[in-house]
Write a protein that binds this ligand. Structure first.
Ligand SMILES: Cc1ncc(COP(=O)(O)O)c(C=O)c1O
Length: 387
């Protein structure tokens, strides 16, 4: 089954009522049963039966079936946010006394959540590579968590090598695949146990949705669906699931357009004298490019550039000169966005993450690339004049 079919038609083989092209949105907080015995049986299997919206819903289920198929996973569970999926997934895998290894830079709130878990006796260690992982691993290490490409620096990890290393040491692997989406990278086919994705980015695609998903084998998804999903209450609503289904219908073509525009903009910046470096794994100049090309079938359009400056004011002036990039958090939508950790992240956090002052993150949207390139060129010239 190809990804286009999964995105457009999987789970929709039977015509919907009145020949509707889109599925109905099941706006039900509960479902009823013919007898108390039937209800009891459904509650015992609530990960698969429709009982109450906080556990299951048919519209959410359809989104989950499509996302599981895209990830080549047995099952998927959708949450009210990416962090909902990440926190429930990590919690389902650890107990008091356990230790988590984090490889490379990961999304800030994921690290914050791991710090939060310390009050329940779960500790973690950040390592930059597998060799350091060998020194940091403990008897109590249960889980290896990573992103590839990594957060802000877009470092590429050799996914089959990471999962083989983890499997030899008896660790479960969890990978955040938000950057690539399952259209461009399928971590489960490279040995990752559980894949988490924020649906708020490319999958939703229209900056009108916050959602998340975890995909993997039934043996790991079922307990999580029956426990953390139910108890934390970060359930996806059927309305948001309808937006996920809508986003999936155009995801393959949007990702192709994001790739093309992102690479055009990144190549322009890579050749610009005022730019120290561009961190985009799709560029041949990126140290992880060959590896990325081996394990990914394409590149999204979120990347960073490093201005040749140590001045926060200069970074601010560059951003303020841009006309076609809106200033904001998040990414992966139709609109181009710019953000700079030196201006938006606490100074000590930026420094600990090893992010240079001049690092600027761009999310290239679906506007024409030449308009964005012209905008960036003028802003770079403008900052040059100010300097
Ligand atoms: C890489 C990555 N993972 C996870 C998340 C969290 O997703 P959400 O905002 O949907 O909770 C984000 C959000 O920015 C992210 O950038």
């Amino acid at each position: 089954m190809d990804d286009e079919w999964i995105c457009g038609r999987l789970g929709e083989d039977e015509p919907w009522m009145l020949g509707a092209v889109n599925p109905p949105v099941f706006e039900n907080s509960l479902f009823t049963f013919a007898s108390a015995a039937e209800l009891g049986e459904a509650i015992r299997n609530e990960d698969e039966r429709y009982v109450y919206w906080r556990g299951t819903n048919p519209t959410v289920d359809l989104a989950q079936r499509k996302l599981a198929a895209l990830e080549r996973a047995e099952r998927a569970k959708c949450f009210a946010s990416g962090m909902g999926a990440i926190s429930a997934t990590i919690s389902s895998l650890v107990s008091a006394g356990d230790h988590v290894l984090v490889l490379g830079a990961v999304y800030g709130p994921t690290t914050q959540f791991l710090r939060y878990l310390e009050k329940f006796g779960v500790t973690h260690t950040h390592v930059d590579d597998l060799a350091s992982g060998d020194s940091a691993i403990r008897e109590t290490t249960r889980l290896l968590y990573f992103e590839s490409p990594s957060y802000m620096r877009y470092e590429v990890f050799d996914i089959p090598a990471v999962t083989a290393w983890a499997a030899e040491r008896g660790l479960v692997t969890v990978m955040d695949n938000t950057w690539s989406t399952p259209i461009f990278q399928k971590p489960i086919t490279m040995g990752v146990d559980l894949v988490v994705t924020s649906l708020s980015k490319y999958v939703g695609g229209h900056s009108d949705l916050v959602g998340g998903v975890v995909a993997g084998p039934s043996r790991l998804i079922r307990p999580l669906a029956l426990t953390e999903y139910q108890l934390y209450g970060a359930a996806m609503s059927p309305h948001d699931a309808a937006k996920v289904i809508k986003g999936l219908r155009t995801l393959p073509v949007r990702m192709a357009a994001h790739q093309e525009r992102g690479l055009a903009v990144a190549s322009f910046l890579d050749d610009h004298p005022a730019v120290r470096r561009v961190n985009h794994p799709g560029l041949p100049s990126h140290p992880g490019h060959a590896l990325a090309a081996r394990q990914m079938s394409g590149f999204s359009s979120l990347f960073s550039l490093e201005l040749d400056t140590e001045s926060r004011e200069e970074v601010g002036a560059f951003i303020d000169l841009l006309r076609h990039f809106r200033v904001g958090v998040s990414w992966g939508g139709f609109e181009s966005l710019v953000n700079a950790p030196a201006l938006s992240v606490e100074e000590s956090v930026r420094a600990t993450m090893g992010i240079p002052v001049g690092l600027v993150r761009l999310s290239v949207g679906l506007e024409p690339a030449d308009t964005l390139i012209k905008d960036l060129g003028l802003a770079l010239e403008g900052v040059g004049r100010l300097a």
